[in-house]
Design a protein around this ligand. Sequence first.
Ligand code: THG
Length: 367
Amino acid sequence: MALISPSRRLRRTPFSDGVEAAGVKAYTVYNHMLLPTVFESVEADYHHLKKHVQIWDVSVERQVELRGPDAARLMQMLTPRDLRGMLPGRCFYVPIVDETGGMLNDPVAVKLAEDRWWISIADSDLLLWVKGIANGYRLDVLVDEPDVSPLAIQGPKADELMARVFGETIRDIRFFRFGLFQFEGRDLVIARSGYSKQGGFEIYVQGSDIAMPIWNTLFAAGEDLNVRAGCPNAIERIEGGLLSYGNDMTDDNTPHECGLGRFCDTQTAIGCIGRDALLRVSKEGPVQQVQAITIDGDPVPPCDRVWPLFAQGRRVGQVTSAIWSPDYSTNVAIGMVRMTHWDSGTKLEVETPAGRRSATVQPGFWA
Ligand code: THG
């Protein structure tokens, strides 16, 4: 592929200077912002992530902040996940749906206080939808994108690195909870979360001015841990079954088709804008669903469009993400498969740019 021309529309991040100094080799665009995809190579980055600790500039996970008396009400309007039991200090993975039950985003909701929330978004312009709802319903809430840029610390040595910088109490944070930790006299929200299955934290860096100081402090503290700059890794996230909005799902899909039914409480999520539509479709159950799939043969080329899935010459779905896995010595993939062919062990054929290949529906993801 040719290079991407830099411009102001393609936003840099408060860590971009550090990312460049660390030798970033490729970027993608996510929420109109630069997201690194490769440092050494996707495979070398993958092996390192599973063994050591990496620091990821995931500023592209922009925050939609809700502030005011109607913040909790607005948040519940956006998602079919019941938020009534959610306490401040918690993070929830929440499907966001439109009036048809179609997925608009799959963010992490962070409840800072009853009247203050962050929605840590995937790649779609959710701010516009949320502002539209807030204004259309005349809600008493401010909606904006604050100067908050997540920095993820991922990998088996993440606890050790973070304890050195923020103190031993950071080890006590439980999965999808956050605490406040001091850095240069500033309070930072730090959660145990992140877009990998290797474990780790996300620092919600508030104020671009402290971004590079935090970045540099973490690298200095982790020298003997073999800390490196990294990024969400395509191989590791497919093995782990972490979905990518815009790739594995779009607004044509319901949360149930995406396998996110466990994050829906549609009966009790009173106020959710897509509730009626979802109650109708979830009565029957989805007729297609996201599945783990293996693809036989040599490493597949990059998956930059859907690859049709066939059985006996009939279309039964599509592969939406695929890559060679060194640890499993096969191509691992995520696809949307029709009900008639989604049972584990079902043999299919997939049309890739490298020709037709045999594919098999798997019992689950790998990690
Ligand atoms: N962290 C934060 N913001 C984000 C992401 C993140 N915004 C964009 C994108 N990632 C949103 N998508 C996801 C997808 C999966 C998960 C988080 C965000 C995830 N899922 C776990 C899983 O499926 O195993 C756990 C979900 C749960 O049990 O609650 O972590 O990564 N800040």
